[in-house]
Design a protein around this ligand. Structure first.
Ligand code: ADP
Length: 289
């Protein structure tokens, strides 16, 4: 695998970093990625020649917010990335962390630490800047109500995109309006909690000390149930993880009935990123309301 020359030149000129031993890393859904050796260190490089220029800048900001929360979760150290105004293709160079299998104890620590992350609360639902989920823009305008944030910043922008692309029919709006009108009664109250924002199974792994490592965030202050639902999108995490989370931060009754409502968001994001069969899942959820 070869890296784009402008990235190699940028790293050499601006950071005196010479990259060697490039090995492709798979598993990402949006960017190209490689494990590299540079100045005697093992590093992880991801890049994208077509994505919006500020995508990695926002990823770095998200990683910083997660790190500042001091939960015990491991956040890879950022070594270099290029600013938005630079012409080089967007890239992010960070510490390489070798993935290991986690055991039950590792999952229990992860659950507890995620609950700790969620105990960091803000004044509003949202964030002081917009960011990305995958390569789709994610709007984080402030709302004092979770329901209003969920409707206006999460579901409606994605629905609108799907209507414009024709992957979903505008007639679904009637179902969505019915559901939207009931959400205030369906969602339990919560403070705005710091969320990773894109926590599915591909965005964490364990290191050789059995600590959970978080990558690829789409951070904002939201409802903790939104994050827990997201973890259940593709098969879910282990029972140890959920038990330990709930021990640290008990769940409101009826959470499992709400999961598919929260997951309309990642589902619609998938409709807009990948189309196809995700559309029928979104339609069937909306048809139930
Ligand atoms: P994408 O933005 O394309 O989804 P990711 O950030 O999820 O890419 O990274 C792709 C894969 O690379 C991940 O699934 C993970 O296995 C691996 N990875 C990500 N960051 C690191 C890292 N710092 N060290 C080692 N492996 C990593």
């Amino acid at each position: 695998m070869t890296l784009p020359d402008p990235i190699l030149s940028y790293l050499k000129e601006k950071h005196q970093i010479s990259v060697k031993n490039v090995k492709a890393v798979s598993g990402g859904s949006i960017n190209q990625a490689a494990r590299v050796t540079a100045n005697g260190q093992e590093l992880f490089l991801k890049w994208n020649e077509t994505a919006p220029k500020d995508m990695f800048d926002k990823e770095v900001k998200g990683l910083e917010l997660l790190r500042e929360a001091e939960t015990g979760l491991v956040i890879p150290e950022v070594i270099a990335y290029n600013p938005e105004e630079d012409d080089t293709p967007g890239f992010l160079l960070m510490e390489y962390i070798e993935p290991y299998r986690g055991d039950g104890e590792a999952s229990r620590s992860f659950g507890k630490q995620l609950a700790r992350l969620h105990s960091h609360t803000g004044t509003f639902f949202g964030l002081d800047h917009d960011n990305y989920i995958g390569r789709l823009p994610q709007s984080n305008k402030s709302h004092s109500s979770w329901t209003s944030f969920f409707i206006h910043e999460r579901i409606e922008p994605q629905l609108e995109q799907a209507f414009l692309k024709g992957t979903l029919q505008r007639s679904l709006l009637a179902n969505w309006s019915r559901l939207a009108g009931r959400l205030e009664d369906i969602f339990p109250d919560s403070k705005p909690s710091l969320l990773h924002g894109d926590l599915w199974g591909g965005n964490y792994f364990f290191n050789n000390k059995h600590q959970a490592v978080l990558i690829d965030p789409a951070v904002y202050y939201g409802h903790p149930e939104m994050e827990l639902s997201f973890t259940k999108m593709f098969g879910g995490f282990s029972n140890d993880f959920y038990d330990s989370y709930a021990f640290e931060s008990p769940l409101d009754a009826g959470f499992s009935d709400r999961v598919e409502i929260y997951n309309l968001y990642p589902l619609l994001v998938h409709v807009n990123l990948f189309g196809g069969h995700y559309a029928s899942q979104a339609i069937s959820i909306l048809n139930r309301y």
